[in-house]
Design a protein around this ligand. Structure first.
Ligand code: SF4
Length: 401
């Protein structure tokens, strides 16, 4: 798809997005795919979703566990689950909150698999991290598997470029990938500090291999750091040599992994045009995981925490179209009835894997803990955790972190 990019009504350039690579997606609640971080069937004997006592059961189990349990709720989580969260936030904030509660033996992470892995890496050995449904994975994290990334690194090595390339991975990646990045002198970044992480990386080398979200990488490089679209190339792990020539790799400053968020990737330029027509004076506020042309057409861009702060600080009567996960946008709208807050797209857009964590799974996980059984524990092996920690510590050491 060719897209005209404009700023303030002036066409500035054209960007051509390649067609999507097929990615195996499992239907919600059906099937299993143990080779990925999602799609593993839950082994539990779950309460029925229609059980009218679910809220009372979760409340009682949580009370019985007291300070021994700490429940983390990601911003994109369902209301029925968020009501039991001791703290809400984005993945990195939640992992740090867990590490700051050493008295909590059990960390119940209402999020997705890579987030629970990060919590396990950052918490002490005495703390056990539980993901209420093992099928809650992240399709973006699944788009960069370790063998694929090692293969790409071999391609760069064979081209004589690996020693000049610094790997940078978004927080939304598996522990394996963070470990790879730590082993190879790179850094983890969040959507809040991607620019600082990239600036650091370009002080260490000439090129960056950015994993796994092409959009965050492209948006940061082009819109925040002044790179051109031609400085970026897209590495497709499903094609030989990433689908790139040796010369393209040599010329590129930014090698973007071909991954994306299936939620934020749904917003299009038409969504922005449409909402500007529907809602007079609307401010369009989007997450940097959105496509480049969407971010270019928006008024403001930032992480989930930035989106929340921006809405909180907005004057009464202002109108906002928010391009991020629907659970968060709905809660923002309910919390700010004095402002008009609409979802950027007309279609419903939940993170289906995050939404696998529902009240029956939470009740089941908590009641099993009360019965001294730890279910769905997420652990990261010591070697991977060590190197992932190196990359995470490098992020924490970034200027201004
Ligand atoms: S919203 Fe996107 S990046 Fe976040 S967990 Fe869901 S699929 Fe992954």
């Amino acid at each position: 798809m060719a897209v005209l990019l404009w700023e303030h009504g002036v066409v500035t350039s054209t960007w051509v997005e390649p067609s999507n690579t097929a990615t195996a997606l499992l239907l919600l609640g059906r099937g299993s795919d143990p080779a990925t971080e999602r799609g593993v069937e839950c082994p539990g004997d779950l309460p029925a979703p229609s059980d009218p006592d679910l809220v009372a059961r979760a409340t009682a189990a949580k009370a019985a566990l007291g300070d021994r349990v700490f429940v983390l709720g990601h911003h994109y989580q369902r209301d029925e689950v968020i009501q039991f969260a001791d703290v809400t936030g984005d993945s990195f904030k939640l992992a740090r909150e867990a590490a700051a509660r050493p008295q909590a033996e059990f960390i119940v992470f209402c999020g997705v698999h890579f987030m629970a892995e990060s919590a396990d890496i950052l918490t002490s050995d005495a703390q056990q991290v539980v993901l209420p449904d093992l099928a809650a994975g992240c399709s973006m994290a699944d788009m960069a598997a370790l063998p694929q990334v090692e293969n790409a690194w071999d391609v760069l090595t064979g081209s004589g470029l690996a020693e000049r390339t610094v790997p940078v991975t978004y927080m939304n990646s598996s522990a394996d990938i963070k470990g790879f990045v730590g082993r190879n002198g790179g850094v983890v970044c969040t959507s809040s500090n991607a620019r600082r992480a990239l600036e650091w990386a370009y002080q260490q080398g000439e090129k960056v291999l950015f994993l796994p979200d092409q959009h965050l990488g492209r948006n940061t490089a082009v819109l925040e750091m002044g790179f051109s679209l031609d400085d970026c190339v897209l590495y497709d792990p499903h094609k030989p040599h990433g689908g790139l020539t040796a010369e393209q790799l040599r010329e590129a400053k930014m090698i973007l992994w071909r991954g994306h968020c299936s939620v934020h990737g749904r917003f299009t330029l038409d969504s922005v045009t449409d909402v500007r027509e529907r809602v007079p004076g609307v401010n369009v506020l989007v997450h940097p995981e959105c496509r480049h042309e969407v971010v270019r057409a928006a008024d403001l861009v930032g992480s989930t925490e930035y989106i929340i702060r921006t809405i909180e600080a907005a004057p009464a009567g202002s109108a906002w179209a928010v391009g991020t996960e629907l659970n968060l946008v709905r809660r923002l709208a309910l919390a700010h009835p004095d402002k008009r807050i609409v979802f950027l797209d007309r279609a419903v857009c939940y993170c289906s894997t995050m939404n696998r964590i529902d009240l029956p799974h939470l009740v089941w996980a908590l009641e099993e803990l009360v019965a001294s059984r730890v279910v769905n524990r997420i652990t990261v092996d010591a070697d991977t955790a060590h190197h992932a920690r190196v990359a995470l510590d490098q992020m924490l050491a970034l200027p201004g972190a």
